[in-house]
Design a protein around this ligand. Structure first.
Ligand code: NAP
Length: 648
């Protein structure tokens, strides 16, 4: 795996010619403009058509709308120019500056890319090194201080924990990672149900500072994702700092020493303690299975398991029940139904599922070659992926006050999407049109994260699959009773019922200044400034914390990197002031007032949406009210005046 595009080009002209068949032509033009430094590649006749995805596809047409003759001309020029680079007859032009980059992206996507987005993408592509904002300050502050002078404990070795470890290691900060599982990878280690995979293309769903040109599919499956995070632990050089099978029980801030005391159970079951100047909660939101509260559940005598605790079982000839119709259920159903004798899906609420004909598309060999070897290609590819799979749907989630019927949609674009998806439901159900009404949600599209389809409606349409769109009254020894009194006989029951996501950070007991408990403070209304810091809990950083989850699209790794960037600036401030930093209460209250006001105007704040995103009072606790771009701006520049210092 590589981090930056290497300039070594293996092979000959034929290798290039073969690879070019698989590359995106608008991106290739940006590569040529960068290598040569010539703007001719950004002018007519090389102006691409706007990005359009064929109906039902996730991926836009890669051709740029150019004629075959023009594409052939571009390829011949690319073979000549790249051949000169390969043979040492041409030196590479320098990476674009912000002004040129913004211009390039606007031309290549045929739509305006604003300055803020271009700045964010300069960092996401690593044309700009965002770490210079905190690294020199942190290194200077730490100077010759040793382990005992500044130590950080990270709880969790999933994507947040590994990302944090990478940056702390890079800055020479002493740290320990405590991980409850026997391997790294968090959610991608724990979830193993059939067809478990990601819903954002991996060229975006990966660390900006550790790209992987070798993804085999655009939407990788669990094993490949887990392997990526295992690779990260080695590539970041942090494996020796990770203690597996260690579950943190308690973290207490000691005001007299301005340090955290971290209590954990080690791999032998012994209780141990660590002292830390800062603690990072990297425990995720989706890792504690929620068992449904259904009468008689424990009395079921067949096999039963939660989707996140998958058990391999011979399903042939078995009557299998699946409770839940969220993302996990949608992903696991087709492969489960293929193997089972009969499958019954119990649906309390239907979800929106988006067509994705090219979901299983493998990454083309030529594209892998270009990502590995073609100078600048990987950078422009990532930028384009973020533009295409990031904030494009944002306008469709923001409520339009002039949109008259807000009962099932929040604006015109949102309504158009609703109508399109209803058409998709009817098409997918084929002969089982009697299921159609039950499959149409009464909440706006993007009220919950739109599920990427892997054959959901086609599977419901199978003869050996039944949809039961009813509440469950109880579970018996032999099956499930629904609210119409029907008993559904089952041999196996799969609980795809989600996670306990409202009790963020629990079951870890966390005590802050003056001994207050974070669980008591939050109840089911967790809130934090920038989703990351909490008043009264100095030098505690919550990654993937309250109001940071994304619904409209994009990669959670992107959100986490934004938070890590913010946190590293906080650590630099704490180290230089030689004091723990505590966000001011009023700053946090103002921020969260805005978070709640914004959330009410978004599709997932709609009154018809009942989800794990909301607490008992209907407040959105998990989701970010910001577009990806806005969250990058929110977290980009830490303001020291937001904090007070806790000195010893
Ligand atoms: P989920 O979205 O919370 O869905 C849980 C399902 O179980 C819902 O359909 C829910 O119905 C149902 N349910 C819960 N209790 C029930 C009960 N007592 N009786 C009947 N039905 C009950 O959970 P999930 O599918 O595991 O997904 C959780 C999150 O994980 C997703 O939102 C997504 O962010 C993430 N995820 C992502 C991927 C991916 O990226 N590809 C894959 C899997 C999961 P109601 O809707 O009526 O509550």
């Amino acid at each position: 795996m590589t981090q930056m595009t290497p300039s070594f080009l293996p092979g000959d002209d034929e290798t290039l010619r073969t690879a070019l068949r698989d590359v995106n032509t608008p991106n290739l033009l940006l590569v040529l403009a960068t290598i040569t430094g010539e703007d001719d590649w950004l002018k007519a006749p090389f102006l691409p058509a706007p990005i359009v995805a064929p109906e039902g596809s996730l991926f836009p047409d890669d051709s740029g709308g150019f004629s075959e003759a023009l594409v052939a001309q571009i390829h011949e020029a690319a073979i000549r120019i790249l051949g000169e680079v390969r043979d040492g007859r041409r030196t590479l032009g320098t990476a674009p500056d912000l002004e040129r980059f913004q211009r390039m992206l606007s031309i290549s996507t045929a739509e305006p890319v604003d300055l803020g987005t271009a700045k964010m993408l300069m960092e996401e592509t690593r044309f700009t090194d965002r770490d210079i904002q905190w690294q020199p300050a942190l290194e200077m502050a730490l100077g010759k201080r040793t382990h005992s002078d500044f130590h950080v404990v990270i709880v969790g070795a999933g994507m947040s924990g590994l990302g944090t470890a990478a940056k702390l290691k890079q800055a020479g900060v002493s740290f320990t990672v405590l991980e409850k599982n026997d391997a790294v990878g968090g959610t991608w280690y724990e979830n193993r149900y059939p067809d478990c995979g990601v819903d954002t293309p991996n060229h975006f769903y990966s660390y900006s500072f550790h790209r992987n040109p070798g993804w085999s599919g655009y939407f990788s499956k669990r094993d490949e994702l887990h392997a990526y995070f295992e690779d990260c632990a080695d590539a970041f050089g942090v494996r020796d700092r990770i203690q597996l099978n260690c579950s943190v029980q308690k973290m207490v801030f000691d005001a007299s020493s301005s340090r955290w005391r971290v209590v954990y159970r080690d791999e032998t079951g012994q209780i141990q303690e660590l002292e830390a100047h800062a603690v990072v909660s990297a425990v995720g939101q989706l890792n504690r299975p929620a068992m449904p509260e259904i009468e008689g559940l424990a009395s079921f005598e067949g096999k039963m398991w939660h989707s996140a605790r998958w058990q391999e079982e011979d399903l042939a000839g078995k009557r299998v029940g699946v409770i839940g119709t969220g993302c996990s259920s949608v992903q696991l159903l087709p492969k489960t139904a293929e193997r089972a004798g009969h499958t019954t899906v119990f649906q309390r609420t239907p979800h929106w599922v988006a067509p994705a004909r090219d979901y299983y598309k493998p990454v083309e060999p030529g594209l892998i070659w270009a990502l590995k070897h073609m100078p600048y290609y990987a950078e422009f590819h990532r930028a384009r992926m973020i533009l295409v799979f990031g904030d494009r749907s944002w306008p469709a989630v923001v409520s339009d006050p002039d949109w008259l019927d807000q009962s099932v949609s929040v604006n015109e674009a949102n309504h158009v999407m609703r109508e399109t998806l209803i058409g998709f439901i009817r098409e997918g159900l084929g002969p089982k049109q009697n299921y159609a009404e039950a499959c149409i949600p009464d909440f706006p599209v993007w009220g919950k994260r739109l599920i990427v389809d892997n054959g959901w409606y086609e599977t419901l349409a199978r003869e050996d699959v039944s949809l039961v769109p009813r509440g469950i009254t109880r579970v018996t020894a032999t099956g499930v009773v629904t609210d119409d009194g029907a008993h559904h006989d089952l041999d196996i029951l799969i609980l795809a019922t989600g996670f306990k996501s409202n009790e963020l950070l629990s079951p870890i007991e966390i005590e802050g200044l003056e001994g207050q408990s974070l669980a008591d403070l939050w109840g089911d209304a967790a809130n934090a400034y920038k989703g990351t810091v909490v008043p009264g809990f100095p030098n505690l950083f919550c990654l993937y914390g309250p109001n940071t989850n994304i619904v409209h699209g994009g990669s959670i790794i992107y959100q986490i990197e934004c938070q890590i960037h913010y946190m590293m600036q906080c650590l630099a401030l704490s180290a230089s002031e030689e004091a723990a930093i505590n966000v001011r209460g009023a700053v946090n209250s103002d921020y969260n007032r805005e978070v709640q006001a914004l959330s009410r105007q978004l599709a997932w704040g709609h009154p018809n949406v009942e989800s794990w995103y909301k607490n008992q009072a209907g407040q959105v606790v998990n989701n970010s009210p910001f577009s990806l771009q806005q969250f990058w701006e929110e977290t980009h520049d830490m303001d020291p005046t937001d904090f007070e210092f806790v000195e010893v």
